[in-house]
Design a protein around this ligand. Sequence first.
Ligand code: XIL
Length: 371
Amino acid sequence: MAQSVAPSSERNLGDQEASLALRARRKGLIFGAAELHDFLIDNAEYQAAFLRDCDLLVPMNELKFYDLRPTSPDFDFTAADWMVSFASSNHLLLRGHTLVWGLAFPPWAKLVPPGRDAERLLVDHIWAVAGRYRGLVHSWDVVNEAIEPYDGRPDFLRKSYWLNALGEDYIELAFRTAAEADPHALLCYNDYQLERIGAYDNQRREGTLKLLDKLVSKGVPIHAVGIQSHLPPNRNWFAEKEFMSFLDSVHRMGLRTIISEFEVGEESLPLDIAERDALVAQIAEDFLTPVLTHPSLSMVVTWGLSDRYTYRITYSPRSDGFPPRPLPIDAAFQRKPLWWAMARALDNAPGRAPLLGPLVTNPPGSQNSPG
Ligand code: XIL
């Protein structure tokens, strides 16, 4: 578990030097980051930087449906296998992202007819992926981004291939199948924009709570909620009161929470690096300090670790064309003010029981794929 992965040399370092992973571990939290295979492989310097700060790895894309099966039903596990073995050979916990998502879904699969064929596609996919890595995954994002109030449904569920093909029960089926395919993993629901001010954001929280409540009351195996936390580059965006009460509601259902894709958008912040880094650090600290006090909070995961490789270079470029700086270490892998803000928030967090896996106490009888 997280406590056992510290290199022994790290335990004696002074507080200034302590990694984010160690600071988190001291509080019963887990700290890690997502990254792409292409940036880690053959990159000893970045691997060392990653291992210095992280106890957990999320393969950023390699486990997604689209990336495993882009053009046909056949799987290509090459990159995913490398990520899983990088994690296990370096004693990193592994977070699986993601089994069922309306996006990252290839055109060939959209042609699978609704009903029985779609059900077989979902079940077989989960068995193939979660079953392959059974026992190696600390937590799985079983379903990603199922809520979208703009889609106009009273339950705020997102219109997607899966909703259309199987109705709302696709979510329950995904969790039940994942629990069978890997009874050792913690099973998570993951979504974005749960922390901001606004009527739309209230609906996102409301839709998410209704969905979770339904799953929990039906006895569906679900253990935690991933809150993506791609923070916006503004002030006065954080619905602190509503968000803390959202966390309370999730906790009352017996679920833990995870900051699962943390970074700070900075595309509209000033170009000056000192000024920009200070604002990014402030935005992060204003969010993390209260949130890390919450007893449900179990893990903090950043979406990337170094500015050199952030997906925002292509997804949210700055209009001035300069490189974005949304992550805790810079392009030369040096700590930034954001790193120190995260360190302070972790240091100020109260201790809690670590989120250990597996939590499934009654694993289903079947150990074999229904194939
Ligand atoms: C993003 C990746 O970072 C990109 O490399 C990829 O091209 C698209 O997906 N919410 C999620 C993540 O759950 O899977 C997304 O990751 C970012 C938003």
